[in-house]
Write a protein that binds this ligand. Structure first.
Ligand code: DX5
Ligand code: ZN
Length: 224
């Protein structure tokens, strides 16, 4: 697999999450779940009990994005619950190395997210510890926001940093470069050209009448 599409259920019908997940299960690679606590971001979504139920009832690996103030406390629990991937925010963690290692030790892939104003440079040394680097392309908190073009420069820098890490360390396990926010058929090609290979899309998938077709269309654009 050379790229990943991760539909975000933030834009789905929360009363029918398992059905909404099923709708994309044959075409998507992951299912993105935004956990928000009304502290790190001004929005409140779901927590561990809902994620535990989703793990049991959804075929896709869960891509948990922790938009919460205390990821060091909670991230390992999401990994232990059976998430495929757990992403913490650089701006919220106080012990990124410990928490990223705890996520991996619990059997999930570890992700580190950078909000739009957060530079990559202070975190480059952490790339060895992560399986996914998430460059936010909107301010985290809400779906359907406008894509922030200036974040593409960070995507390009992240691509260079990841490629150079691979050359220097000979790393063989994947290190995904993910974008999240305002990713749609109009913006995904620019994200891919800048070096992203993992794409979160909420409204572009779930506001569509045919979410599975929307995932296929996004993949085709990203591959073009
Ligand atoms: C925003 C979330 C996103 C959100 C993206 O804070 O992290 O995952 O669902 O929604 P769209 O794709 O509609 O911008
Ligand atoms: Zn997200």
């Amino acid at each position: 697999m050379t790229l990943r599409i991760s539909p975000s259920v933030l834009a789905a019908d929360f009363t029918r999450l398992a059905d909404e997940a099923d709708a994309v299960a044959d075409d998507a690679d992951l299912l993105h779940v935004d956990v928000m606590d009304n502290h790190f971001v001004p929005n409140l979504t779901v927590g561990l009990p809902v994620v535990e139920s989703l793990v049991k009832n959804v075929r896709l690996p869960l891509d948990i994005h922790l938009g919460i103030a205390d990821p060091d406390r909670w991230a390992p629990d999401y990994a232990e619950a059976g998430a495929g991937s757990v992403t913490i925010h650089a701006e919220a963690t106080h012990a990124p190395v410990r928490t990223l290692r705890a996520i991996r030790a619990a059997g999930a892939q570890a992700g580190l997210a950078l909000s739009p104003a957060t530079p990559l440079l202070p975190y480059e040394g952490l790339l060895e510890e992560v399986d996914t680097l998430l460059v936010m392309t909107v301010e985290p908190g809400f779906g359907s926001q406008k894509f922030l073009e200036f974040t593409l420069e960070k995507v390009r820098r992240a691509r260079e940093a990841i490629d150079s890490l691979r050359r220097v360390s000979g790393r063989e396990i994947p290190l995904w470069l993910q974008v999240d926010g305002g990713v749609n058929e109009a913006t995904i090609e620019r994200c891919a050209a800048a070096g992203a290979d993992s794409f979160v899309a909420g409204s572009a998938v779930y506001a569509s009448d045919d979410p599975a077709a929307a995932v296929r269309a996004l993949r085709a654009k990203a591959e073009s």
